[in-house]
Design a protein around this ligand. Structure first.
Ligand code: GAR
Length: 212
């Protein structure tokens, strides 16, 4: 168990509802396990920046390809774990390599299906519906140098219901993201789950999570 709260950076491009779920989790049930010490966005208008500033968390806009600027911020704020929460850009390869096993992502579909460049927002859910899939749900994975790729830590199954629109399915999956992602972040922060040097996920998420 960690003796101090793991210092997390959240990277977000959008509204930041996952950021909010993470903040709430580490304010509440997982208090002391981790704390959000930095929010980074590629978009000056991202709602996630407002959520951070409202809580006096350092919030910075950085060009997505500016690896030195990203590294400087992570060092300056003594960040230990990076979590992508609706971050729609590539993290520079040198940052991914330097942070092996210390960057997580959440994707709103059951990877490896329905992921990759261009697969974000309602497009993901429209593709799931067009394929006639009966289930969808979020995936949390370690980040590697490919978009929406890398060793899977946990997934949560969400039903696709008759008559679903991309919007309705997106809302159901987002609720599941808010349950799953903060708990997996806590597992990694506490050292219960980690990535081996060979790229294998070691350990399991807490029993309440079905890692399907
Ligand atoms: C979430 O559904 C997240 O899974 C998705 O963006 C949304 C952000 O919502 N990420 C991706 O599609 C990554 N490929 P939020 O800003 O409200 O957390």
């Amino acid at each position: 168990m960690n003796e101090h709260a793991t210092r997390i950076a959240v990277f977000a491009s959008g509204n930041g509802s996952n950021l909010q779920a993470i903040l709430d989790h580490f304010d509440g049930p997982a208090f002391g396990v981790a704390e959000v010490a930095l929010v980074v966005s590629d978009k000056p208008t991202a709602g996630a920046l407002d959520r951070a500033r409202a809580r006096d968390i350092p919030a910075h806009v950085v060009h997505h390809a500016d690896a030195p600027a990203i590294e400087r911020l992570l060092d300056a704020l003594r960040i230990e774990l990076v979590v992508l929460a609706g971050y729609l850009k590539f993290v520079p390869a040198e940052v991914v390599r330097a942070w092996h096993g210390r960057i997580l992502n959440v994707h709103p579909a059951l990877l490896p299906a329905f992921g990759g460049p261009g697969m974000y927002g309602l497009r993901v859910h429209a593709a799931v519906l067009a394929a006639g899939a009966r289930t969808s749900g979020p995936t949390v994975h370690f980040v590697d140098e490919q978009y929406d790729h890398g060793p899977v830590i946990a997934q949560e199954q969400v039903p696709v219901l008759p008559g679903d629109t991309p919007q309705a399915l997106a809302a159901r999956v987002l609720e599941a993201e808010h349950r799953l992602y903060p708990r997996v972040i806590a597992d990694v922060a506490a050292g219960r789950v980690r990535l081996s040097s060979r790229g294998e996920v070691i350990g399991a998420s807490s029993p309440s999570l079905s890692s399907s």
